[in-house]
Design a protein. Structure first.
Length: 153
């Protein structure tokens, strides 16, 4: 037997869409497959959170702490990650199309297979970030010059 009815789960899920979750502490939380589309998570702590295949398009994650978070295969289309801490985050296969990563800290992040097409990487720190041949970069971005490291599959 489950703890929730189908209707209760749907109601909870709807509340997360465009939810105001500014400065909330969600460190180490299991949010795989969560739909946080358009949510305001600015300043939130998602340190080491599990966000595998999370749906975060148009989410505001500016200034959020996502260090060590698992965002593999997450949808971050047009998400605002301005000055977000993504140190050591797993962004493998993540869709970051047109995401704002201006000033983001991506040191040591896993970008294997990530789609960064159209993303704003101005001022982003890519030191020791890992990427592979399947990683898609914005036009004009030289990952090696930015300090990222190509890894073989």
């Amino acid at each position: 037997m489950t703890d929730f009815t189908r209707e209760e789960v749907i109601d909870i899920a709807r509340k997360l869409l465009r939810a105001d979750l500014r400065n909330i502490d969600l460190s180490d939380v299991e949010l795989s497959y969560a739909n946080l589309s358009g949510a305001n998570l600015s300043g939130a702590s998602l340190h080491e959170a599990n966000l595998i295949e999370a749906h975060l398009p148009y989410a505001n994650l500016s200034g959020a702490n996502l260090s060590g978070a698992n965002l593999s295969d997450a949808n971050l289309w047009e998400a605002n990650l301005w000055e977000a801490n993504l140190c050591g985050a797993d962004l493998s296969g993540a869709r970051l199309y047109k995401a704002n990563l201006n000033g983001a800290d991506l040191r040591g992040a896993n970008l294997n297979g990530a789609n960064l097409n159209g993303a704003n990487l101005n001022g982003a720190d890519l030191s020791e970030a890992k990427y592979n041949a399947d990683t898609t970069w914005p036009e004009g971005v030289d990952p090696v010059a930015a300090g990222a490291e190509l890894v073989e599959d």
